[in-house]
Design a binder for this molecule. Structure first.
Ligand code: ADP
Ligand code: MG
Length: 400
């Protein structure tokens, strides 16, 4: 992020998509805090900052009359907290490219901060509208993108706007730079053995990732709901567990590739099974391929935890995306916790570990081990796309 910020106005795309309660109070300010170093660097170097972000999905969650729910989704709710964190006033304008925004941006002095209204109040944002992007670009001299979480979307403020700034006038922010470096570390020349742990609900969500990792990783651990599609494909009896019957062939072909490529594919030998999908269901441990009718696997079992932990602690590079069970219910969170402990232990022994995905990060925080892994990614969809090898529009636009 080495641009000549001195005396310049910088359009900075951040991810301030924070959760708010019904009184519009921020319940978790992690994303705002994560952007502070980039903002501070620009201010310290004599620039002025024009902040641009989305918040929620105002275009989808409209008022009964079809209009945008401005009171719910306005970024004005963020001003006090942002100002407190930056220890300076933050000006706010309730539009993005109109005359008020242009006037405020034009009169901004070095060291000053202006927050524009929710960029998704403008229909052109999610459509990647070129005219909207051009108007955004006109507000500033330089463009910095620090919003990794939306890097996989070709939106006006994340990708298209960058096309209006030549090379040398645009850059990734510090946060996005770190995200790209750390995700890159897993994919290019990782220390081996490299183990990928993939969980979550469905095979179909992570198909491209599984197909890539099966040839790239030394060991691929598959847990969570998606494991039962693999187990059923091999002829196992999975009871009422989550299965995607239209993915049985896909699962078989991934298993076949594992054999051809000499990738060790680990599935949970046993499971915590439940007679209902409920926190107070009756539970027992059963082999994952012999689950009685009416029962469902909602977490990896005790033997699986040991098998997986051993593979993890022997690794030098670890990628983890997707919980091992329905961790939202304490009765089915122990498998995910065991994996978190194994990843932390491997990290203590010198492995590089990256954890990403909305639910995976929530689960990791629940165990209190989020400081004991090498890197926690803020990107859900963007990280998955990056790891799959799908180009990210916001990254491509920066390099063009
Ligand atoms: P991430 O957000 O980290 O990418 P996913 O969204 O893919 O993770 O998956 C998380 C979801 O998968 C959680 O809501 C969890 O309850 C669910 N899940 C995990 N294991 C199972 C299972 N055995 N059966 C049903 N759902 C599961
Ligand atoms: Mg999720």
């Amino acid at each position: 992020m080495n641009l000549p910020f001195h005396g310049k106005k910088v359009l900075l795309r951040v991810d301030f998509n924070v959760p708010l309660d019904e009184h519009h109070r921020i319940t978790d300010d992690t994303r705002i805090r994560a952007a502070i170093p980039t903002i501070q660097k620009i201010l310290d170097e004599g620039g002025a900052v024009i902040l641009l972000s989305h918040l929620g999905r105002p275009g989808k969650k409209r008022l009964p009359d079809g209009s945008i729910d401005k009171e719910r989704f306005t970024l004005r709710h963020l001003v006090p907290r942002l100002s407190e964190l930056l220890k300076r006033p933050v000006a706010f304008v309730d539009e993005t490219v109109g005359p008020k925004a242009r006037a405020k941006a034009a009169s901004l002095l070095p060291g000053e901060v202006l927050l524009l209204e929710n960029v998704r109040f403008n229909e052109g944002e999610t459509k990647g509208d070129a005219e909207f992007a051009r108007q955004l670009a006109e507000l500033a001299d330089l463009y910095v993108n620090d919003a990794f979480g939306t890097a996989h979307r070709r939106h006006a403020s994340t990708a298209v706007v960058a096309e209006y700034f030549p090379k040398g006038k645009k850059s990734f922010g510090l946060l996005m730079q770190r995200e790209l470096e750390n995700a890159g570390k897993v994919l290019s020349h990782p220390d081996r053995p490299m183990t990928a742990i993939i969980g979550g609900a469905k095979v179909s969500d992570k198909l491209l990732l599984l197909e890539r990792l099966i040839t790239f990783a030394d060991k691929l651990i598959v847990g969570g709901g998606m494991a039962y599609t693999f187990i059923k494909a091999q002829g196992g009896k999975v009871g009422a567990s989550l299965v995607e019957d239209d993915r049985l062939d896909t699962a078989l072909s991934i298993l076949q590739t594992a054999r051809e490529q000499n990738t060790e594919l680990l599935l949970p030998y046993d499971s915590v099974i439940a007679d209902r999908f409920a926190p107070d269901a009756n539970t027992q441990i059963a082999p994952s391929n012999d689950i009685p009718d009416g029962w469902m696997g909602l977490d990896i079992g005790t033997t699986a935890r040991e098998d997986f932990a051993k593979a993890i602690t022997d690794s030098k590079t670890i990628l983890w995306n997707g919980p091992m069970g329905v961790f939202e219910m304490p009765a089915f969170a122990k498998g995910t916790e065991a994996i978190a402990h194994a990843v932390a232990e491997a990290t203590r022994k010198g492995a590089f570990s990256l954890v990403g995905g909305g639910d995976s990060v929530a689960a990791l925080k629940q165990t209190g081990l989020d400081k004991e892994v090498s890197f926690v990614s803020t990107g859900g969809g963007a990280l998955l796309k990056f790891l799959e090898g799908t180009p990210l529009p916001a990254v491509e636009a920066m390099e063009a």
